[in-house]
Design a protein around this ligand. Structure first.
Ligand code: AVJ
Length: 352
């Protein structure tokens, strides 16, 4: 059956980027790997298991807050076009739909193509009134995407849940938000999930659970490198470790070599000293002030702040900063201009 409300676009980043990134990360000191590579099919499954863990308060808390978003939806005159970053699973979006009834268009963006396309198609089938465009891309590729073509007639809302923004450094987060600011235009906004700073008694077990699911998730990165790049990591000889970085207020995940060893990867030998670590993830914990500052530095302004009663997690509504409007206008209209030539899909405009 063809679904008239479903399209896919595959801008998948080239496979050799993975090898290049891994080699570069493992040759530097200290060694590191980018967290975006956690999410192959087994990694996505392990992450879903993490979200159900009693210690991992993040997902559960975020979902409980999402029920409060209704008042925001009713102040929007146009239907919403929700652009979700990391939208391979439509699970959170389905919750969002219950809180925001006026969504006409959904554009999930993810680097994991198969899962993304599959889930988005199921959603399109369940919601015949919703236009769904599944976009397989790296966040960096979004800057040159012809947004205006797809979001004409809608209020663009960038939805970035889960506190995934916590994976980025301060300056990376700032440049990503600046880019997203050009996507939402002068009348759009952004819903940003932010994990908040809290007691280490809550924080540490959330990343070092009793069942060892987070450890398996972390170690799966080495398994993936073995499988996809033909390396020979012995995952028994690495241990999952959590460190709290006080000055930058972030949880760090590491894989620590238990012995001195060498690993073969693409004809090269990677040497590990005993106790040497691969830094695999940063997960920043925010304060409201951090988010206000980040918003102000990137052309947004914090408009609403919803939290749970323990102040564990927040959803921030970032509106467009008045002062940034005229400055960004030329960027938005030039984007609209190029996009028309690239991909005319006028029939998808709201109300058409
Ligand atoms: C998906 C990046 C939000 O940082 O909490 C969960 C990933 N890592 N457990 C997080 C993760 C270890 C998660 N984010």
């Amino acid at each position: 059956m063809t679904l008239l409300n479903f399209r896919t676009l595959d801008l998948a980043p080239a496979a050799q980027d993975f090898l290049g990134d891994v080699l570069q990360g493992l040759k530097q000191t200290p060694k590191m790997l980018a967290p975006k590579y956690f999410y192959d099919a087994p990694g996505m499954e392990l992450f879903e298991q993490i979200c159900e863990l009693p210690e991992y308060y993040v997902t559960r808390t975020e979902l409980s807050i999402m029920a409060d978003l209704k008042p925001f939806a009713t102040t929007q005159s146009r239907p919403l076009a929700v652009i979700e970053l990391g939208g391979a699973s439509s699970f959170k979006f389905r919750h969002l739909q219950r809180s925001l009834p006026n969504i006409g268009m959904y554009i999930p963006v993810d680097i994991c193509g198969p899962a993304l396309f599959n889930e988005a198609q199921l959603l399109a089938r369940d919601c015949p009134e919703l236009n769904v465009l599944a976009l397989c891309a790296d966040y960096q590729q979004l800057a040159s995407f012809p947004w205006a073509t797809y979001t004409a007639g809608y209020t663009p809302v960038v939805y970035f849940p889960g506190s995934t923004i916590g994976n980025l450094t301060r300056s990376e987060a700032k440049s990503l938000l600046k880019m997203l600011r050009t996507i939402v235009g002068d009348h759009g906004c952004m819903l940003l999930g932010c994990d908040l700073m809290k007691s280490l008694k809550t924080l540490i077990p959330a990343y070092d659970d009793a069942q060892g699911v987070t450890a398996a998730f972390n170690l799966n990165l080495l398994r993936r490198i073995n499988k996809d790049l033909g390396a020979n990591f012995n995952t028994e000889q690495f241990r999952h470790e959590i460190r709290f970085n006080e000055s930058e207020r972030k949880i760090e995940m590491h894989l620590v070599s238990q012995i001195e060893q060498s690993v073969d990867l693409a004809g090269q030998q990677i040497h590990f000293a005993k106790g040497e670590s691969i830094h695999t993830e940063d997960s920043r914990k925010f304060t409201r002030h951090d988010i206000e500052t980040l918003a102000a530095e990137s052309g947004f302004a914090l408009e609403k702040w919803w939290t749970d009663h323990d102040d564990h997690f927040a959803i921030a509504l970032l509106g467009v900063n008045q002062a940034s409007r005229t400055v960004h206008h030329s960027v938005v209209s030039s984007l609209a201009h190029t996009s028309a030539a690239l991909a005319p899909v006028g029939d998808w405009a709201a109300g058409a």
